[in-house]
Design a protein around this ligand. Structure first.
Ligand code: NDP
Ligand code: GDR
Length: 379
């Protein structure tokens, strides 16, 4: 395996470090002995919850974890951070990453997700770091959109279906272009959906595990969903961040699809999550009239639910203007060239996510029973 600076301690810079992947990647790189720098956005409330456990007090010596205020829309800020950090590796994970939100904020999504990648690549060039700094771009299975071939692999044509995917298409190609034009070590990981207990609450898996756990504990009554027929290839984020690092350790930069090669529906994910809570569900009706009714309950995880309750309904407001109905990845190249295979199954991941959300719901329910005000945000 190639390494760009194998004798010294490696320095990594992660954009999006406060997000799901950024937090797992930071943990992973720290364990490997890296010094990890991250870009965090200024917010009116603390937004570092996912990395608080690896925070190091800057007043002590030998600090290997450091956060810098910054934004992918701010070129001079990115140039300054990269100049200061002199990273061996940059992982560009920062993004407005919600597909549905990108229809509401298309211009902002393009600025962050497309131009953000360009700004970093240009910063590397402006600072003369082309031969030192390796660049990873968080590309996505959403590029395949209206799929042209199944399963999708590195050579499958793209057909983006959202402002998010179109912005990511630019980022994909500008990464390829800088590799070809300037000989930079720059590559794309085309990652299929990956989830975890740290997944943002409005992505479908987490919305389901959190929503059903809240219902089980009496904090919500019903979960409102969009397209239950959507099919996704879901993996665990922990498995996927090791790949992001591996892609930067090769002799030659290449693009890789990262996926499990298995596909399930949103409805199936709801079933699994309910089963974890001891709830047997029956789906009735079709389209916008579809509902999920509780058939029976076992165990003590769902004290607030009884047979006959309708706990899932469709809200057409969650349908997207253009939907990606089906995604299924072919990870053969990653397996062959990088020796990578996912270790955590989607069912194991679902169990972990439900257990984590149930623990939080139990704590909130306890507070509520004792007269404390608990706010459960729902979107
Ligand atoms: P998250 O939404 O959890 O995290 C996104 C990160 O980007 C957060 O740290 C967020 O900061 C930051 N961010 C948002 N806007 C800006 C901005 N303007 N400037 C700087 N940082 C910004 O995403 P994931 O961790 O799930 O995904 C990581 C990357 O991988 C994203 O680029 C995503 O598009 C891509 N991807 C994700 C997949 C998945 O299934 N998870 C699959 C394929 C690709 P803050 O915390 O302040 O909001
Ligand atoms: P996706 O993830 O759009 O694939 O993008 P998301 O979990 O949001 O949706 C997956 C599928 O579920 C359907 N769906 C719903 N989705 C949400 N969020 N909320 C609902 O209520 C709901 N009901 C049904 C969606 O229509 C969709 O078909 C994620 C993001 O992490 C991207 O950043 C990343 O690039 C891709 O995965 C790969």
């Amino acid at each position: 395996m190639g390494s760009n600076n194998s004798n010294a301690a490696q320095v990594a810079l992660i954009t999006g470090i406060t997000g799901q992947d950024g937090s797992y990647l930071a943990e992973f790189l720290l364990e490997k002995g890296y010094t990890v720098h991250g870009v965090k956005r200024r917010a009116s409330l603390f937004n570092t919850e996912r990395v608080d456990h690896i925070y190091q007090d800057p007043h002590v010596t030998n600090v290997r974890f450091k956060l810098h205020y910054g934004d992918l829309t701010d070129t001079s800020n990115l140039v300054r951070i990269i100049q200061e950090v002199q990273p061996d590796e940059i992982y560009n994970l920062g993004a407005q990453s919600h597909v549905a939100v990108s229809f509401e904020s298309p211009e902002y999504t393009a600025d962050v997700d497309a131009m953000g990648a360009l700004r970093i690549l240009e910063a590397i060039r402006i600072l003369g770091l082309e031969k030192r700094t390796r660049f990873y771009q968080a590309s996505t299975s959403e590029l395949y959109g209206l799929v042209q071939e199944t399963p999708q692999k590195e050579t499958t044509p793209f057909y983006p279906r959202s402002p998010y995917a179109v912005a990511k298409l630019y980022a994909y190609w500008i990464t390829v272009n800088y590799r070809e034009a300037y000989g930079m070590y720059a590559c794309n990981g085309i990652l299929f959906n990956h989830e975890s207990p740290r997944r943002g609450e409005t992505f479908v898996t987490r919305k389901i595990t959190r929503g059903l756990a809240n219902i089980a504990q009496g904090l919500e009554e019903c979960l409102y969903m969009g397209n239950l027929d959507a099919l996704r290839d879901w993996g665990h984020a922990k498995d996927y961040v090791s790949m992001q690092w591996l892609m930067l350790q090769q002799d030659q930069p290449e693009d890789f699809v990262i996926a499990t090669g298995k596909q399930y529906s949103v409805r199936q994910f709801i079933q699994w999550s309910a089963e974890e809570l001891g709830i047997a569900l029956r789906f009735e009706g079709e389209g916008v009239d579809e509902i999920a009714v509780v058939e029976n309950i076992s165990g003590d995880k769902a004290p607030a639910v009884k047979p006959g309750d309708v706990i899932v309904k469709i809200d057409p407001g969650y349908f997207r203007p253009a939907e990606v109905e089906t995604l299924l990845g072919d990870p053969a190249k990653a397996k062959e060239k990088l020796g990578w295979e996912p270790e955590i199954t989607v069912q194991e991941m679902c169990r972990e996510m439900v257990a984590s959300d149930l623990e939080t719901a139990r704590q909130h329910a306890l507070l509520a029973r004792n007269g404390y005000k608990v706010s459960v945000s729902v979107e």
